[in-house]
Design a protein around this ligand. Sequence first.
Ligand code: UT7
Length: 322
Amino acid sequence: MKYSRIAGTGRYLPEKVMTNADLEKIVDTSDEWIRTRTGVERRHVCTEDQAVSDMCIEAAKIAIEDAGIDVTDIDMVITGTTTPDFIFPNVSTIVQHKLGIPACAAFSLEAACTGFIYALSTADKFIKAGEAKCVLVLGAECITKLLDWNDRNTCVLFGDGAGAVILKPSDEPGIISCHLGADGQYKDLLHYPYGASNNLALAGTESGKILMTGNEVFKVAVKTLGNIAAKTLEDAGITHEELDWLVPHQANIRIIQAMAKRLNMPMEKVIVTVQDHGNTSAASVPMALDVGIRDGRIKKGQLVLAEAFGGGFTWGTVLMRL
Ligand code: UT7
């Protein structure tokens, strides 16, 4: 088995929905500003006692059923998240235990909004190396717990959720290629600079908040994603006409439109969920993939380019056949 291939997908969104009208009551903003500048209309928000692992478990159950496998088939769990339940144990171990997956390698990785793309790429390598046979790959985030609800620059952008895929070996691709990148020189443009070994006392408090220079992030995101997407297609010898679907990170409709333009793809071939989900960071790509597959747009055998960009900066693409 030379390749890995997605065998099933799932997503979970918290029940509570906040609309732009709800936010108009909290900060000095308007539905019109949020819609035109970001494309967001509503977002799901997890409750106080809901952790990332809870959402992962719900998304995973659906992906497991979709793949037609048993939990005992899974031999690795990888979660991309920047909002884990705890500093340790890692989210994947909690998911492994609560779902009844037999003891196996289970770890989480942190690459902000690119977390799922990094996790999927890592799972692909384990399968290709013959070291895993059935990997549960998750991208999940309770990012609203890090928001300052008085800061209109950030609180209107984000939402919570979890996406899951089951990755298995296959004789045919499957995952064709992954391109990952990062450049820490941009760390101050988008960060939450509070953690276990730095500013611990501020983490999770009202004074510790997401800091973002949005318009600068926007420019680097469009340029970097455009370049890496073009390189991904070029390396694979694939033209944009052959691509059936673009599944982009859902940070801003204007970034998504710029990407579609750069790839010469009509918006009809782009899965867009930003209006309903907001920016769910590492959860955005697997949830968008699940939406596209479940509503019948993305069909088996079609060629899909998934991409993401986030704090760090980190970025990445996965080119795959479903
Ligand atoms: O997921 C990881 C990657 N993240 C991203 O890719 C995010 C990239 N950045 C963006 O999506 C956009 O930069 C934002 C949506 C964050 C902001 O849009 P923008 O068009 O770049 O606006 P801006 O930051 O340049 O602000 C324009 C104006 C400012 O007012 P002045 O200075 O022109 O008077 C802001 O104070 O809009 C104001 N503003 C708001 N007004 C109403 C900022 N936030 C709001 C708001 N409601 N919520």
